[in-house]
Design a protein around this ligand. Structure first.
Ligand code: PHB
Ligand code: FE
Length: 328
C-alpha cells in the first residue's frame, strides 16, 4: 500500500491490472465489470457493487462539478454530500432499508483529499477509448482488464463563463467542434449585433442552439451566463443522467429541445415521488427536498437554472424556506 499526496492505493492487481484505493474507512476496487465499495457497519465489513461504466460516469461528474449543489448519489447506496469545503462520502445513509438496518456509514473529508482520491481512481480505472462524459453510442467500452488510459477525456473541465461566452477575455464559443450527429437540423446562423459606438466590447449575443449543437459531452451543465446569483447552465442530454442529484435548493429546468423524462424521489429515503415528462418548451421547478435522475432517448437540450444566493442550503435546512418555489 502506497500513500502519495493523500491518495492511498495498492499495487496494480496481477490479474486485472487495476489498483485498489482506500479513503478513510472506505475501500474501492474494480474488476472487469464491477466496482466494489466496502465500509464498516455494525461491526462487520459491508459491501456494494456498481457496474464499472455507471460508477465512472458518476465519479467523473462528481469530480468535474466540484461535488455540485447538495447530494450526488451514484446510485441508491453510494454518494457524496457537499458541505462546500468538506464533503461527506456515504454508503446507505440515504437508503431507507440500509439506514433502518443500521449498516449505513458516512465519513467526512476535506474537499482536496476526496478530490485527489477520486481523480486517482479515474486516472487508473478509465481505459483507453472510454469517455465517461460521452453518450454510450459515442464512446468505447469501460469494461475489461486494464488497458491504457484516457487522460484527455477525464481532464476535460466544465466550461465556466465569467459573464457570457464570446465576450472579450471570456470562454470561447467552441465553433471548432463539429455539430453532433443528432443536432444536424439545428440552424448555425449567429445573431447580428449592432452596438452603439463605444459599447462594442460590452454587448454580445450568440446562438445558444448552435453552441449546444456542438457540445461533445452529455449531462454536464456548463455555466454559460452569470447575472448576480443567477446561473444559466445549459447542457445536452443523451441516455441517462449518471447520478441521482439530491437538491439543497430549488432549481429550475427549461426544456429547450426534444424530451427528457425525470424520475423524482424523496431526498432522504429514495421513495419514488413523481415521474415528469418534459417536452420542448416545458418549464419545471425541482424542489429542495427531492432527488432526480433524467432519461433522454434522443439527444436533447436542457437549461438548468441555478440560484447561488449565499446560505440557501442552511435556510432550507432550518425550514425558513419552503422546499418548493410557488404555492398554488
Ligand atoms: C441536475 O442534477 O439538476 C442536472 C445535472 C446534470 C444535468 C442536468 C441536470 O446535465
Ligand atoms: Fe439537479
Amino acid at each position: 500500500m502506497d500513500t502519495v499526496q493523500n491518495v492511498v492505493a495498492t499495487e496494480p492487481d496481477k490479474v486485472t491490472g487495476y489498483r485498489s484505493f482506500h479513503l478513510g474507512s472506505f475501500a474501492f476496487s474494480r474488476d472487469a465489470y464491477f466496482v466494489t465499495i466496502k465500509w464498516p457497519g455494525k461491526g462487520e465489513t459491508r459491501s456494494h457493487q456498481l457496474p464499472a461504466d455507471a460508477f465512472l460516469r458518476a465519479l467523473m461528474r462528481d469530480v468535474a462539478w466540484g461535488f455540485f449543489y447538495g447530494w450526488v448519489n451514484f446510485d441508491d447506496v453510494i454518494g457524496t454530500r457537499n458541505h462546500y469545503g468538506r464533503v461527506d462520502l456515504y454508503a446507505g445513509a440515504y437508503n431507507d432499508s440500509l439506514k433502518k438496518a443500521g449498516v449505513d456509514y458516512t465519513e467526512q473529508f476535506a474537499t482536496p483529499v476526496i478530490t485527489a482520491t477520486f481523480k486517482a481512481i479515474l486516472a487508473d480505472w478509465v481505459n483507453e477509448g472510454f469517455d465517461p462524459f460521452a453518450a454510450p453510442e459515442e464512446t468505447g467500452s469501460a469494461f475489461g482488464f486494464k488497458h491504457g488510459d484516457n487522460m484527455a477525456a477525464i481532464e476535460r473541465f466544465r466550461i465556466a463563463t465569467k459573464r457570457m461566452p464570446g465576450l472579450d477575455g471570456d470562454s470561447p464559443l467552441r465553433d471548432d467542434l463539429p455539430v453532433n450527429r443528432q443536432f444536424q437540423d439545428v440552424a448555425q446562423d449567429e445573431p447580428e449585433i449592432l452596438a452603439e459606438p463605444g459599447f462594442e466590447k460590452e454587448l454580445r449575443g450568440f446562438n445558444l442552439f448552435k453552441y449546444l449543437s456542438r457540445s461533445d459531452v452529455t449531462w454536464n451543465p456548463s455555466v454559460t451566463s452569470v447575472c448576480k446569483a443567477s446561473l444559466f447552465c445549459p447542457t445536452t442530454e443523451e441516455y441517462i443522467l449518471p447520478i441521482f442529484h439530491g437538491n439543497d435548493r430549488v432549481e429550475w429546468f427549461v426544456q429547450l429541445s426534444d424530451t427528457i423524462v425525470w424520475e423524482v424521489a424523496d431526498k432522504n429515503t429514495g421513495a419514488p415521488r413523481a415521474r415528469v415528462t418534459m417536452n420542448a418548451g416545458d418549464v419545471a421547478a425541482m424542489p429542495a427536498d427531492i432527488r432526480h435522475k433524467g432519461f433522454s432517448t434522443k439527444r436533447s437540450m436542457l437549461l438548468v437554472w441555478e440560484n447561488v444566493t449565499p446560505d440557501l442550503p442552511k435556510r432550507y435546512d432550518r425550514g425558513e424556506l419552503k422546499p418548493y418555489p410557488v404555492e398554488f
